[in-house]
Design a protein around this ligand. Structure first.
Ligand SMILES: NC(=O)c1ccc[n+]([C@@H]2O[C@H](COP(=O)([O-])OP(=O)(O)OC[C@H]3O[C@@H](n4cnc5c(N)ncnc54)[C@H](O)[C@@H]3O)[C@@H](O)[C@H]2O)c1
Ligand SMILES: [Zn+2]
Ligand SMILES: [Zn+2]
Length: 362
């Protein structure tokens, strides 16, 4: 099958012919229909998220099941599925306590030392990203990386739910409790931020303020529910938020992952409010924050990982939200491309020229 392989950090992905194994016990082979491109893939390419090459990136997929291994009970050939990187063991303390997205076992399905699922044409091993590797025509995953969805959901939109939408929407719906009328700021209107914005709208937030360095994104943000927009390149966005909210917002979602914007998110948060860190700051970097603000103004800072998901439960609901019109995905897609154009897509992402780009397979 054809796949885009990261051979070395900071180099273009190479389109190669790759071997994929047959499904082993509790594994599912899926034909990839579509894969969104998430900034976390770019973080891996740039070394901000550790994942040693050679590997196949891509972790925002939807597809159709082709074959299942022994013991698979939840899927059958022909099922439409979304893949999620938070595969869960189902038995640990966090899984059984209702927070499977924090499962520490990094459930892989195949015991350590087993045959790899993916191999290059020369027989060498390729690392699978997050049990998925969706920049490839097929995926071989543990069944606990997948969820079955309705057949009437278009797969080129379903894929967005695999990471960005679940991350942003779930940050607003699951991680924190946004009361109707609360003021909300979204910093960064990429796929993740635009989903968090919609979560705030679904929750009935009052002011929903979108902040981005690319003013053209505000057309999309307004369509998806932003009441106000702040161009981060035009004056001080922190002062602008304080003015619009009368002293700081109830919730601020940082959806970029830069040190200055994390600091801005805390500065934009009002007394007693909550800054939600959704963007991934490169693992090598530290963020100095004014701790006294947290104490004296009782500001909260929380992280949000993968939308605090229980994806087998959440994702079918998000599909329903799309099909009943509450969740808007069409507006979030800037382009549909072929796998061969994946490197151009990362260039567009670096320049902030796009919202979400989707690779569509034949
Ligand atoms: N917490 C999680 O579980 C999780 C999951 C998925 C992705 N992420 C992370 O979320 C972040 C966003 O991902 P994405 O795919 O939406 O990225 P993206 O590149 O599509 O969007 C980032 C947005 O930030 C804007 N931006 C960049 N610099 C800015 C600045 N200084 N001020 C204002 N706006 C600025 C860009 O114009 C763009 O609209 C990434 O760090 C990604 O790794 C986190
Ligand atoms: Zn992602
Ligand atoms: Zn677990």
């Amino acid at each position: 099958m054809k796949a885009a392989v990261l051979r070395q950090l900071n180099t273009p992905l190479e389109i190669e012919d790759v071997d994929i194994d047959k499904p082993g016990p509790n594994e599912v082979l899926t034909r990839t229909a579509a894969s969104g491109i998430c900034h976390s893939d770019l973080h891996v390419i740039e070394g901000g998220l550790p994942m040693p090459p050679p590997c196949i990136l891509g972790h925002e997929p939807a597809g159709v099941v082709e074959a299942v291994g022994d013991g698979v009970t939840d899927f059958a050939p022909g099922d439409h599925v979304i893949g999620c990187l938070t595969s869960f063991c189902g038995t640990c303390k966090l899984c059984t306590a209702g927070r499977p997205y924090l499962c520490p076992t990094q459930y892989e399905g195949r015991p350590l030392g087993s045959k790899p699922r993916l191999r290059a044409a020369d027989g060498s091993d390729l690392i699978q990203f997050a049990n998925l590797s969706s920049f490839a025509e097929k995926m071989l995953c543990p069944e606990r990386s997948l969820v079955k969805i309705r057949d009437d959901m278009p797969l080129d939109r379903a894929c967005l739910i695999g990471c960005g939408v679940t991350t942003g929407l779930g940050a607003a719906l699951n991680t924190v409790n946004i009361r109707a009328g609360a003021s909300v700021v979204i910093i960064g209107c990429g796929g993740v931020g635009l989903a968090a914005l919609q979560g705030a709208r679904i929750r009935g937030a009052g002011k929903i303020i979108a902040v981005d360095a690319q003013a053209w994104k505000f057309d999309i943000a307004r369509k998806l529910g932003a009441t106000d927009c702040i161009d981060a390149t035009d004056g001080d966005p922190v002062a602008a938020v304080h003015e619009l909210t009368g002293g700081g917002a109830d919730f601020v979602f940082e959806c970029i992952g830069l040190v200055p914007t994390v600091q801005q998110s805390i500065a934009m948060t009002g007394r007693g409010g909550t800054a939600v860190l959704v963007g991934v700051v490169p693992v090598q970097e530290m963020v100095p924050i004014p701790a006294a603000d947290l104490t004296l103004q009782e500001k909260n800072v929380t992280g949000s990982y993968m939308g605090s998901n229980r994806f087998r439960f959440d994702m079918p609901h998000y599909v329903d939200f799309y099909l009943d019109g509450r969740l808007r995905l069409d507006e979030m897609i800037s382009s549909r491309i072929g796998l061969d154009d994946v490197n151009d897509a990362f260039d567009h992402m670096r320049k902030g020229e796009v919202a979400r780009q989707v690779i569509v397979f034949d």
